[in-house]
Ligand binder design. Structure first.
Ligand SMILES: [Zn+2]
Length: 587
């Protein structure tokens, strides 16, 4: 309670300061130009810049003042001069662009850290490069050690072996370079993994093992397992992998996890990301994050969704895990993540009609509608937000339908709950306006639109892709709140790349992906700041650079709102501040 009172008081003072600022800048005389004893000196002043506050009523300012972890004043250079005292650190922006720190709207924090500890297959050009990287790792491995990698995507390669099955190689070459060490290579989407035979043996998968529910063990026409495990089939190795990881002492596991958190923070901060929506983590991981927050060891603010706990446990444990933002907060928990379908790349997205290039399937249902509906009622009972992964048009419709049923049944006003559809990639035109009408948030990752764009029409056919894929303009026009992010480590965490995708829909092949759906520059900036803050109930503390808000901000080399479109990707992050502290500076 104490913290909340202090914060409200600060907000009131801050509001007055804002009004004072506005008045002063309108006066042509008497504007203070030197330290003014009536103003408390700031800890930090940024001046001489182009500061986009992301607050419509304030617009651009030249300077801002910070006390502690909050912004205390914004205005012209003259206005802010009044806050400079002998101890104030003054940063000269020299015309550079400042905006609120980027909020990553959907990513996987420990997954990001882990992706920095294992083979990074995101940039590989073809299968033989993957095999070479594994061979190098095998040379260095100790006996019994497993080889992990992630990030490969067959649709981004320049070629695929002739004997590929469903466009993905067989594991023979991998078995040659690693006959003994189990090799597990995660697909970029997270919705499939590739095993060598040693890993298949560890997973106790033989050629005649039945597919698990919600997953596929891909086989050659002759019936031999190729090594590709789709969706829930990847989990067949979990027992053996847990045993393998279990060889670590708790202290060793702690070291490994702390290293992950640090690697994730470094990667986020160097890209200007100051807050991160983690989608999501178990209670055990949340306990670990809580310990780090108490130690002051979290450098990025985390908004963590509860994940992979069954409904009975959720119902019992949620009250102990409700952590709303207070003070200079680095860990907030008030949402649950569920997942109705898979991803389009691996033919796992749940579609209204079958796949164009695999007509015997309409995708996979990963978690049943009934079970998610049960979670929805628990969420309402405990005051939690529900965020459901839905990628295919059928998955999106089923999710909206179940949200609507639960709103009706419990008599709540759904728009106040701010429930989300994570990804919302393919939406039937009939369902688009329902987001605005129901107050459901479309938690989009714009970068997926352009990196998946080149092959989406092959999965859906051109007409269906055009009418359903990433329909951002229709979402905005029908009143939906649209957020932004990267789903890191599925894509790199780079918000400037996703911003560029948002406003251009430009693909690597130089073509634009149904460009009628581009966002304006302003809309895209809001998706990454104000809207992501709103989607976490935090719009009163972050997402804008005005008095009372966290001093979470990023200094960029050029103005994202005005620079020529083709120059947007060249924008560099110069400095990243979290709570008024400089956490990253470019060399
Ligand atoms: Zn995700």
């Amino acid at each position: 309670m104490h913290k909340i009172t202090v914060k409200l008081a600060t907000l009131t003072v801050a509001t007055l300061l804002l009004a004072a600022c506005g008045n002063e800048s309108q006066q042509s005389v008497d504007a203070p130009t030197a330290a003014d004893s009536s103003k408390p000196p700031a800890d930090l002043v940024l001046r001489g810049g182009k500061i986009a506050t992301a607050d419509p009523a304030t617009g651009y300012v030249e300077a801002l003042a910070v006390n502690g972890y909050q912004i205390t004043a914004v205005g012209s250079n003259e206005d802010i001069a009044a806050y400079i005292g002998p101890e104030t650190e003054v940063v000269e922006l020299a015309g550079r662009f400042v905006m609120p720190g980027f909020i990553e709207g959907h990513g996987h924090y420990l997954g990001l850290g882990r992706s920095k500890q294992i083979l990074d297959l995101q940039g590989v050009k073809n299968w033989s490069e993957v095999v070479t990287m594994v061979a190098v790792a095998v040379d260095k491995a100790r006996p019994g050690e497993w080889i992990f990698g992630r990030g490969w995507h067959q649709d981004k390669w320049d070629s695929v072996p002739d004997d590929a099955v469903d466009g993905v190689p067989r594991n023979d070459t991998l078995n040659k370079v690693s006959p003994d060490h189990p090799v597990v290579l995660g697909h970029a989407s997270g919705h499939a993994a590739f095993f060598n035979d040693a890993a298949l043996a560890m997973a106790e998968v033989e050629d005649d093992t039945a597919d698990p529910s919600g997953g596929t063990i891909v086989r050659t026409p002759e019936g031999k397992a190729t090594g590709l495990m789709r969706e829930t089939a990847q989990r067949l190795i979990n027992a053996a992998m847990n045993e393998y990881n279990g060889r670590l002492t708790p202290a060793q596991t702690d070291v490994l996890n702390r290293e992950r958190v640090q690697l994730a923070a470094d990667e986020a901060l160097s890209h200007g990301v100051t807050s991160f929506h983690d989608a999501g983590s178990s209670f055990e991981t949340i306990d670990f994050f809580r310990k780090l927050e108490e130690e002051g060891a979290l450098d990025v603010r985390l908004y963590v969704m509860v994940r992979r706990e069954d409904n009975d446990l959720l119902d019992k444990a949620l009250p102990q895990y409700l952590m709303k933002a207070e003070g200079n907060d680095f860990l907030t928990v008030r949402s649950i993540k569920r997942q109705i379908d898979g991803a389009l790349g691996a033919h796992g997205a749940w579609l209204l009609e079958p796949y164009e290039d695999l007509p015997d399937t309409s995708g996979l249902v990963l978690e049943s509608v009934e079970d998610i509906e049960g979670t929805a009622e628990i969420a309402i009972r405990h005051g939690f937000q529900l965020n459901t992964h839905a990628i295919g048009d059928r998955a999106v419709r089923e999710t909206l339908d179940l949200y609507e049923r639960v709103f009706d049944r419990t008599g709540v006003d759904g728009s106040e709950l701010r429930w989300r559809v994570e990804h919302a990639q393919h939406i039937d035109p009939v369902d688009v306006p329902r987001f605005g009408q129901m107050g459901v948030i479309a938690a989009v990752q714009a970068i997926h639109g352009t990196s998946d764009g080149p092959w989406i029409p092959s999965r859906l056919g051109d007409a269906r892709a055009k009418s359903t894929s990433q329909p951002w303009r229709h979402l905005f026009e029908t009143g939906a709140v649209v957020t932004n992010g990267t789903d890191v480590p599925v894509e790199r965490i780079d918000p400037i790349a996703s911003y560029y995708s948002s406003v251009s829909r430009m693909m690597v092949n130089g073509k634009r992906f149904y460009p009628e759906h581009v966002m304006t520059r302003e809309e895209a900036l809001l998706t990454y700041t104000v809207n992501n803050a709103y989607a976490a109930f935090e719009e009163e503390i972050k997402g804008r650079l005005i008095p009372g808000m966290y001093a979470d901000m990023v200094v960029l080399t050029q103005d994202l709102l005005t620079v020529a479109e083709e120059d947007i990707p060249n924008t560099k992050v110069d400095m990243t501040y979290v709570g008024g502290e400089l956490k990253y500076a470019r060399n």
